[in-house]
Design a protein around this ligand. Structure first.
Ligand SMILES: Nc1ncnc2c1ncn2[C@@H]1O[C@H](COP(=O)(O)OP(=O)(O)OP(=O)(O)O)[C@@H](O)[C@H]1O
Ligand SMILES: [Mg+2]
Length: 342
């Protein structure tokens, strides 16, 4: 695998998963990779292929959500001339291209029932027909599927075939979200930071300040590793040079005093000025007359504002977040940083 494909991490949750991947890779059975967005599902699928005996054959990837259902079927299974308007020549699909190798089916939960039925037959007998064709094609493909939805409940609701789920899920690799393996954050941050520093031709990567690392360790990472990668790369590229440890961590690149407010994001009956200005009691905090530590004072004002907002909203965190014009995750992060437990 290429350098950038290295799976980084040393948390027990990640190491357990790596063990499971190594064992699963050797089998020729379908595998299901389940996890929140940005947790590394595609990386895992590729590792399953490259650690298998099929490693030197084709590894095909297909995102099932990227195409309309009829296009998806012809992309996966190929088509015969005349199958639909514009199909002048026959075309092999991804299954044929992946023969003797592996096929990664991403976002499998979005697949239509018709395509699911065809997939079931390929898994069971290695057989299918091209769209608009009658000849049966036989192939030998290992399927790795991924999803970020709960397929058993989708199957219970009739949105996914139970029989397909049983066959796909010979074993399920569940990728832990980043907030459940915070030990990996410093390693991943250093890895992505070094990559970006190299790209910018810095002589070295100076690392992060303790406060910046602390912010990253307490953040909830709803977008998981992809989000961490973006945050780190942004911190590196926004830094002046590679001399000082990085201190400026921006989780939300849209954050700006000039951000246009959308009516949907504002609580009802509030004008733009209401959202922008702090409550009256907080407008003039007692200002020390002697020299003081700005950061400590700001922190204490922030704590008072957060506590007041929570009380006003009867400790309902979603309402508090809206009240403060923050996202829920930003509020959680702020509360954690201030050690306020709700
Ligand atoms: N353990 C890891 N070590 C290093 N890089 C990682 C790791 N996990 C994920 N990444 C990187 O994070 C990014 C997201 O990973 P990937 O695309 O595999 O996630 P995903 O689960 O498929 O996301 P989505 O559900 O949004 O499709 C990629 O750039 C990948 O290289
Ligand atoms: Mg993916």
């Amino acid at each position: 695998m290429a350098q950038q494909d290295q799976i980084i991490g040393s948390s027990p949750a990640l190491l357990d998963m790596m063990d499971q991947i190594s064992r699963a890779a050797r089998l020729d059975k379908p595998m299901l990779v389940v996890g929140e967005r940005g947790t590394g599902k595609e990386m895992i699928a590729s590792r399953l292929h490259f650690l298998s005996k099929r490693w030197n054959k084709n590894f095909q990837k297909m995102n099932c959500a990227a195409l309309t259902q009829s296009l998806l079927e012809s992309e996966l299974f190929g088509y015969e001339p005349g199958a639909f308007t514009g199909a002048t020549k026959k075309r092999a699909g991804r299954f044929e291209a992946a023969d003797e190798g592996s096929l990664f089916l991403d976002e499998i939960g979005t697949m239509s029932m018709a395509a699911q039925e065809k997939l079931l037959r390929v898994i069971e007998y290695g057989e299918f027909e091209r769209v608009g064709g009658t000849d049966t094609i036989t192939i030998d493909v290992r399927i790795v599927a991924a999803t970020n939805i709960d397929l058993p409940s989708a199957a219970d609701k009739g949105e996914f075939r139970h029989d397909l789920l049983d066959r796909l899920a010979f074993d399920v690799i569940t990728v832990p979200p980043l907030r459940e393996r915070t030990e990996d954050i410093p390693l991943l941050a250093a890895h992505f930071g070094m990559q970006m520093a190299r790209e910018l031709e810095w002589l070295r990567f100076p690392g992060f300040t303790a406060d910046a690392m602390d912010e990253m360790l307490t953040y909830a990472w709803p977008g998981n590793i992809r989000e961490l990668k973006n945050v780190v790369e942004r911190a590196v590229y926004r830094a002046w040079d590679g001399e000082e440890p990085l201190s400026d961590i921006v989780f939300d690149p849209f954050e700006s005093p000039f951000r246009p407010t959308s009516p949907l994001r504002k609580p009802e009956n509030n004008s733009a000025t209401d959202v922008a200005s702090p409550p009256e009691t907080a407008q003039k905090p007692a200002v020390p007359t002697k020299p003081y530590c700005l950061r400590t004072e700001v922190k204490s004002v922030e704590k008072t504002l957060l506590t007041n907002a929570l009380e006003t909203n009867r400790f309902n965190q979603r309402a508090t977040a809206e009240f403060l014009n923050l996202s829920y995750d930003q509020l959680r992060h702020a509360l954690k940083k201030q050690e306020i437990t709700v």
